[in-house]
Structure formats: structure tokens, C-alpha cells
Design a protein around this ligand. Sequence first.
Ligand code: PGA
Length: 246
Amino acid sequence: MKTILVCNWKMNPPTWKEAKKLFDETKKAAQKARDVSVIVAPPSVYLRELAKVSRAIPLAVQHARAEEGGAHTGEISLAQAADTKATYAIVGHAESRARGTTNADTNAQILAALALKMAPILCVGESARSIQGEYFDVVRAQVKEALANVPQNRLATIMIAYEPVWAIGAPKPMQPRDMHEMGIFIRKTIVQGWGEIGHAVTILYGGAVDSTNAATMRDEGDVRGFLVGRASAEPSKIKALIQSLA
Ligand code: PGA
């Protein structure tokens, strides 16, 4: 199975010229690595032009609203993102949640994305951990509420990216054995609500992933791939990361 890499450029790079260069370098590295499947999530202003550059690399919108339109200054809708040819939608990234996205919003976004034939990438993850283990309850609620009313036969189109907030932007990722445990927990949560199909859900990890740690996390953390911030937003770093997984 191919390793999935979702390149979350966040609010980078500053110009279209640099965005095009980063995309071209990412594409070049991806084409050499047959075992890696790359999805690029650029700032939404670059989506339409990047879709014209190449169909070989699918595009994701980083954040978009479920409503078709309305008085939401500064926001874009999933329908608008789909119209630019983005085929994936990141939903509930920690940075969107910090700006107010709730579990109910993630549910509406997932249902809207599915109706538009986009594949949702649901981000979940607790902001802190303590030995009492209440972070499992946080993640369970995020998963269950986001997936409410999703029909069983659509679950396989959804990827779940577990991103503990404390590892996003941090120097190091979480321990692979802790990811392994969380992967089992997320699958179990879905199996309880939706049946055996839960075992088939694609689980990604995100938070401080780079070329020095990704292969170990894939092999020991039981994940199908990664959601990558910093290491995806510079040509040399994304090239090294893709090579490390090939
Ligand atoms: P990072 O970000 O790779 O820079 O830690 C991950 C993310 O926010 O998806």
C-alpha cells in the first residue's frame, strides 16, 4: 500500500511564483517515488491555478464552510473549493478549531464534502495529555460527533488524521507506540458506532513529521501516512521527506 502524504502548506509560500515552484518540486519528487501518494493542500487562492498546472497531484482545501453561501466575511465554501477542482477537504484542523470550528461544524463540513464528492480528511487530537487518560474521551467525541449520520458505505472515503495539538509545530513527533495505541482506539470507536467497516478506515498521523522520523512512524505507528506542515512547505524538505518514504 502506498504511503499517503498530505502536504498542508498552511499560509505559505508568500507568492504564486514560489507556490508554483514548490508544487513543481513536490510533483517531481512524487513522480519518482511510486510508493508514495501525495496530496497538496495549498492556500485556497492558489487552488485553481495549481489545478491547471497538473492533474497528477490531487488538491485539498485547508478549511472551508459547509454552507453554500452567506455573510461569512473572509471564508470560502466547500462548494467553491470543489469548483476550483480540489478533491479533498481538510476538516477540523487544530488551527481551524482554535479559530472556532466545533465538532458540530466538522460534522456539517464532512456531510457537505461528501455530497460534493470530495474526500474529507478529518483532523482530531487533544491539546494536552495527563496520566488520567481523558484525552481518549476528547478524541472519541471528536470522531463520533464529526461522523454522525455518515452512512456506513461512505466511511471508506474519509481519512482520519490524528494530530495531537502538542506535537503540531513541536520539535519532535509523538512516540510511534503511542500512535499505535491511538490508532487502535480510533478504529475501535468507529467499529462501535458503524460496524466492522471501521477497521478499514485510513488513519494518518500529523505533528512534527519530517524525513528523519516518518518511515519509523509509518512502520511502528501503524499509520497509512501523514499530514505534514513545515516539512511540506520548502522544496528541499518535501523532497527529502518523499525520498525517505520511497
Ligand atoms: P507540522 O504541522 O508538521 O509543522 O508540525 C502539522 C500540521 O499542522 O498538520
